[in-house]
Design a protein around this ligand. Sequence first.
Ligand code: AMO
Length: 437
Amino acid sequence: MTIAYMLSDEIVEEDHGSKVTVRGWVQDIRNLGGISFIVLRDRSGTLQLTLPKKRTDPDVFGTLTTISRESVVEVTGTVKGTEQTDNGYEILPEAVRVLNIAETPLPMGVVDKVSVEMDTRLNNRFMDLRKPEIRAVFELKSLILDLLGGHLRTRGFLEVNTPKMVGSGAEGGATLFQIEYFGQKAYLAQSPQLYKQMLMSTGIDRVFEVSPAFRAEPSDTVRHVSEFISFDGEMAFIEHQEDVMDEIELCTQFLISGVMEEGKHLLDSIGAEVTMPRAPYPHLTYTECLDMINDNGLSLPMGADLGTEGEKMVGEIMKERGYDMYWIKEYPEAEKPFYIMEKEDTPFSYSFDLDYRGQEISSGGQREHRPEVLAERMRKKGLDPVSFNDYMAAFRFGMPPHGGWGLGLERFVVKMLDLPNIREAILFPRDRNRLTP
Ligand code: AMO
């Protein structure tokens, strides 16, 4: 027989006076002599167990008032309406089943207000995630994934899954993780780039994928990790890269408004205020940004990476103009991977980044779909088209013009919520210094 149990937020006024079973973690115990109060926490919140010593079964009283904090129990008792608690009721326990005892001392507190170092939190992530405001970020991430899939399907995109163990990299050799594959050299996928492009020649002309991407990032920063969730899209028959940018703009607007409507309770729990980025997002060019940055005291040469500091400067200027999100397009072709299309007779390319409050969250562009130009571009980048034979084949027998994007899901989440570190949006982060837990 399964025991029907209720969550703390499911118990309503009609339940007052009836018997219920609840389950959860013993968050706090206050023994006041003649009466004890216990805060029990479950997925949906907390409730109060009230134990008047004289009127509670001695075994139940003894067990519950001496149990270690964070132990897991199942309690059956009568619901009583009261003005003394936030949720308007308390439970008078009649039976208790101890499901598991927590050891003492705890590796870190769940409700204490003292701030704990990020490393301690990540080392004890299972404890950290018992805090509702920490867990809410992941509930929000899940909501975003739900909204995202629904939205893109209505836009004609098919969700796909491409391999994560691959024979060649797409985003440069420096960040490849090498693995051994039955005696052969292989790599963890840095992005679904080559596969999503190959799909453009199949007739599935719009695809999206949400999957882990692996980068051997040497940099130890608040926005780089070695495993992140990449939200990728690719679409065929585009006229120019702005077609792709329009699609991302629509999608990010949809996601943020969805979060504001459906995730309100989660935002409240996190203490985050989310606002709609003003649309349409302005289009800046790389060259314009370079000028903005250099007018602000840096001296970056043409062709240089805008850099973290430069991106921040542009973010501040755009903020003053009333924009949280904006495009930076037409990067120097030399800075961009082989698959990006060059802008004829210029040193630039049909590429873009989407920046959110001074940080890149997405990049993409129009792809080079003409096989001979593509091969030439590979050679220019020091790559041998022969080692990309399978990819190249998809271009030789009918490849439409196409373009797409990759968006770092965690960067999007932390920027939206104004969190200080990308690790806040990853359950078990992987970085240069962290492979466990
Ligand atoms: P790119 O390499 O710019 O482009 O990556 C796309 C987006 O992924 C996120 N990102 C990261 N997030 C956390 N940690 C990292 N180490 C990290 N590296 C990248 C960023 C970035 O904007 N194939 C192309 C996309 C395309 O053209 O379709 C690509 O991977 O938010």
